[in-house]
Design a protein around this ligand. Structure first.
Ligand code: DQA
Length: 150
């Protein structure tokens, strides 16, 4: 099983970006931990990070028939982009939404997610550990649903 791990804008700066909110773990460290968990679960992970929304939409489209599901931290596009949810729907790609912070306990403008209605589940507020929890949950959900997909 192949799983895409999408990170949106400014998440390339994890580790130095507002560490009091997002922690000191870098994106490379998160991805390295996910690689370990992926090996344990027997899934292949495809990592990408985008500061350009159009490129992220193209990357989601390119998942069609290639990956079984996705983890998505869309950063601030979570709160602005219906197009991103439409892209996942367009290629029938199931996803779990991930946030380091608990967006529902933050400023009002962060308390709405355009991705949430299309997500299998949401993991928010566990910091970097949330990615691992989301991956375990996603693989379990996909294994139940479709035992033998790409
Ligand atoms: C975030 C929360 C968003 O509101 C913010 O714009 C981010 C990171 C999180 O992981 O907590 O970039 O998605």
């Amino acid at each position: 099983m192949r799983i895409a791990v999408f990170n949106g804008p400014n998440l390339n700066l994890l580790g130095v970006r507002e560490p009091e909110i997002y922690g000191r773990t870098t994106l490379a460290e998160i991805e390295a931990r996910l690689e370990e968990v992926g090996a344990e679960l027997g899934v292949t992970l495809l990592f990408s990070q985008f500061n350009d929304e159009g490129r992220m939409l193209d990357a989601v489209h390119n998942c069609r028939g290639v990956v079984t599901g996705a983890l998505v931290n869309a950063g601030a596009w979570t709160h602005t982009s219906l197009a991103l949810r439409d892209a996942f729907a367009a290629v029938s790609l199931p996803y779990v939404e991930v946030h380091l912070s608990n967006i529902y306990a933050r400023e009002p403008e962060r308390r709405h997610s355009w991705l949430a209605p299309g997500a299998i589940a949401i993991v928010a507020g566990f910091g970097a550990d949330g990615y691992e929890l989301a991956l375990r949950g996603l693989v379990r959900a996909l294994s139940r649903a479709e035992p033998s997909t790409p």
